[in-house]
Design a protein around this ligand. Structure first.
Ligand code: FES
Ligand code: FES
Length: 167
């Protein structure tokens, strides 16, 4: 039996009829066609499916669509504002924080909550903060730099060097 839910996704309200067993990540990708949210494992290990649910980063493969009823969702498609990259998107671009890009949407959503809670994290706090998000390509150093860059930009501090570190 289908359940009716109402969700606000990237600022747009949707009323949907979904199966109670439908995973939130499948609703986002297959019902709303927002394919920037990736599926890497389906077992809550990789973090590729990370989104914001009412501002909190969650792995959308571990949540049912019906659990998002009445809530607000942000996916990577909703991060840029008025055609401008967000500080984190700019940080990843400037610091070579991605290679294949498969992990990047999840990393950026996870880092969004990290910086919202801790605007000036240490390197160790960043590394712990993204510990649930796996990257098979970058070796993480440039991801850490990207998040440091975004933090500095959001605080209005001098931007760190964007000399990339290749591994
Ligand atoms: S697909 Fe959700 S954690 Fe890997
Ligand atoms: S850039 Fe390829 S998985 Fe992270």
């Amino acid at each position: 039996m289908l359940k009716q839910i109402t969700v606000t996704v990237n600022g747009v309200q949707h009323t949907l009829e979904v199966e109670p067993r439908l995973l939130l990540v499948h609703m986002i990708r297959e019902v709303l066609n927002l394919t920037g949210t990736h599926i890497g494992c389906d077992t809550s290990s990789c973090g590729a499916c990370t989104i914001l649910l009412d501002g909190k980063s969650i792995k959308s493969c571990t949540v049912l669509a019906v659990q998002a009823n009445g809530k607000s969702i942000t996916t990577i498609e909703g991060v840029a504002q008025n055609g401008e990259l967000s500080p984190l998107q700019e940080g990843f671009k400037e610091n070579h924080g991605l290679h294949c890009g498969f992990c990047t949407p999840g990393m950026i959503l996870r880092a969004t909550e990290l910086l919202a809670n801790n605007p000036n994290p240490t390197e160790e706090e960043i590394r712990w903060g993204i510990a649930g998000n796996l990257c098979r390509c970058t070796g993480y150093n440039n991801i850490v730099k990207a998040i440091q860059y975004a933090g500095a930009k959001m605080r209005g501090d001098e931007l760190p060097s964007t000399e990339p570190e290749f591994v």
